[in-house]
Design a protein around this ligand. Structure first.
Ligand SMILES: [Mg+2]
Length: 221
């Protein structure tokens, strides 16, 4: 038994699970940032996801997926300072705009969402793959998904694995953008905090989708 698609309420569930995972990882994410920045990435991410959680609880039940993603992005962007607020906020807003009519997220919609997120981050952050940013896991996801078939649950699992590998791989890169670009080779050995938190978000999506598909199986037995 497979979960063909993720409906609008389930998309909210994915975002809420990501919020839970980000909140729990606050100290770890601060730690990644203190190695190459000012040590506040976990705090910033927690504040953004808490604001998103509040906004999601206020949205009407029948709201379309594109709108839910847009509201989530606006809430994140409005509550977090720094580059990550704009980058992840814009990524979510553009993800919503990429599937305006969708009633469910299936494989095609998932690929559109990740594609739109990559373009948003590349344009907003003026980043390229290899610049040691959250674009690196996003780019890796899209490279792999363009040649992958499967249901949305399987594709999210694949995305989570490649995102984790790509985020850890940023440890071998120097920063070409932002304050940490002044640190040169001193950032080697440390992964980019935004890449690590993005990989965690995708891992949370995959976990939640898997648990939904398992509960669907139970319902069908
Ligand atoms: Mg920081």
């Amino acid at each position: 038994m497979k979960t063909a698609c993720i409906n609008a309420m389930a998309v909210r569930g994915l975002l809420l699970h990501a919020a839970t995972r980000i909140e729990a990882a606050e100290a770890e994410l601060n730690g990644f940032d203190s190695a190459i920045g000012d040590g506040d990435h976990g705090i910033t991410m927690r504040l953004g996801f808490q604001a998103m959680r509040r906004r999601l609880s206020e949205l009407p039940e029948g709201m379309a997926i594109g709108q839910v993603l847009r509201e989530a992005g606006k809430a994140f962007m409005g509550s977090t300072g720094g580059a990550i607020g704009v980058l992840l906020g814009r990524a979510l807003i553009n993800a919503g705009a990429a599937i305006p009519e969708a009633q469910d997220v299936g494989p095609d919609e998932l690929k559109k969402v990740f594609g739109a997120m990559e373009r948003a981050v590349a344009e907003t952050g003026k980043a390229k793959p290899g610049d040691k940013t959250m674009l690196d896991p996003l780019h890796a996801i899209n490279e792999v998904l363009s040649g992958s078939d499967g249901d949305v649950c399987e594709l999210l699992s694949i995305a989570a694995q490649v995102a984790q590998t790509a985020a850890r791989g940023t440890a071998n890169m120097v920063c070409r953008l932002g304050r940490a670009s002044r640190l040169g080779d001193r950032v080697l050995g440390h992964p980019d905090p935004g890449a690590m938190s993005f990989a965690l978000i995708v891992a949370a999506f995959a976990e939640q989708a898997r648990s939904l598909s398992q509960s669907t199986q139970v319902a069908h037995i």
